[in-house]
Design a protein around this ligand. Structure first.
Ligand code: ATP
Length: 367
């Protein structure tokens, strides 16, 4: 199987009631890429996926798969397959027939269907489960049957709409690795929709962070986690501390921001100018008591042990500040009463605009 690239050129999608669920978006997903669209409920993820699969048409713009314009082509005429959260397996059909279902309509005989289903079941590590009924399998196994069935029609692009959300946490984590392995083995382009940042970060080659019908940032997991370009991306992908302020001065990629908690120096990737309202962001793991050029005097208010990590919550002038340290006995001693000097390095913190996006999602997607 071979993946194809998917290109959205200025695609916007407005529903008949006049609501624009996807604002003009341009995006290129490479052939054979595991690409996730990550965003909160209602931001327009499913709407994009349905447009790629042909269940709805863009109101403006074009969708190309492997360089071919998909306008006017229904779901069956596109090289795509879609897996929903609700897997819709046929309960009275054995697993192998579920997998082979789409092949009968293509005029493929029973022997070949069975052989093809067997190959796919082996691909998803269910080679010995073909004669069982779906109800005799676990949730994760049923999920893999749905993947095998979707792959049976040899799609170039597999579209997955929150396929793991019905599974329990352990199984979900296991299935992340399985899905990633299946994607790499087949070379099919996966477009995976999720509101779970952990899923997106662990599986994807690249992630599009979506908010309110706009793709705000596209990049690798490390890009969006370590180098967020918008306040929303910084806050949605992982935990982060933020402090409101105003840019005081700028210098060569960094800026100084004045806040109620003091002045701090941090990266300034959006090249904000002095006087701009802005927000300082710093991850809890980047804050280390008594280290770094930026300092905040704070008091410890809570201490949560989370296995390998110790999560410390501080308060400074009404602002809560989270600090994550490894629970290896080397964590600095902090008692509830004494003020602590928290610190962080300028290169570990970022200053981003707080107002409307400085650039459109389209410009960001084209980065
Ligand atoms: P979820 O994770 O909850 O599925 P999503 O990001 O996939 O969310 P969409 O299903 O794409 O979001 O919906 C985006 C927006 O479009 C939502 O505000 C939703 O209410 C709206 N919407 C979806 N379908 C229609 C429709 N048929 N008519 C009008 N508005 C719709």
């Amino acid at each position: 199987m071979r993946g194809k690239d998917v290109t959205l050129e200025g695609v916007s999608i407005t529903y008949p009631n006049g609501f624009t669920a996807v604002k003009p978006t341009s995006l290129r997903i490479e052939a054979g890429e595991f690409f996730s669209i990550l965003g909160p409920s209602g931001c327009g993820k499913t709407t994009i996926l349905r447009a790629v699969s042909g269940f709805n048409e863009p109101s403006e713009g074009r969708i190309l798969i492997g360089g071919e314009d998909m306008a006017g082509r229904g779901p069956n005429a596109r090289p795509t397959a879609l897996i929903f959260q609700n897997l819709a397996l046929f309960p009275l059909m054995p697993v192998w027939e579920n997998v082979a279902f789409g092949l009968e309509a293509r005029g493929i005989g029973k022997r070949e269907r069975r052989a093809r289903a067997q190959e796919l079941l082996e691909l998803v590590a269910l080679g010995d489960q073909g004669d069982k009924l779906p109800s005799e399998l676990s949730g994760g196994q049923r999920q893999r049957v749905a993947i095998a069935r979707a792959l049976a029609v040899e799609p170039a692009v597999l579209l997955l709409d929150e396929p793991l959300s019905a599974l329990d946490l352990k199984l979900r984590q296991h299935m992340r690795a399985e899905l990633r392995a299946i994607q790499k083995k087949t070379g099919v382009t996966f477009i995976y929709i999720t509101h779970d940042q952990g899923e997106a970060l662990t599986m994807s080659d690249r992630i599009a962070v979506m908010n309110n019908g706009v793709i705000e940032q596209v990049g690798t997991g490390d890009d969006v986690y370590s180098r967020p370009r918008t306040a929303f991306a910084a806050s949605f992908v992982g935990e982060i501390n933020r402090i409101d302020g105003r840019i005081e001065s700028v210098d060569n990629g960094t800026a100084t921001i004045a806040t109620d908690l003091g002045r701090f120096r941090a990266r300034n990737p959006e090249q904000l100018a002095p006087g701009a309202q802005a927000m300082l962001f710093v991850r809890p793991e980047a804050v280390i008591p008594e280290h770094g050029e930026n300092r905040i005097a704070a008091r410890l208010v809570r201490r949560d042990l989370e296995g390998a990590f110790l999560n410390l919550f501080f308060e400074a002038k009404g602002v809560e500040f989270a600090v994550h340290v490894t629970n290896d006995g080397a964590a600095p001693e902090v008692s509830g009463d004494a003020p602590v000097m928290l610190g962080f390095a300028a290169k570990q913190a970022v200053i981003l605009p707080t107002g409307p996006l400085a650039r459109t999602g389209q410009e960001l997607a084209a980065q």
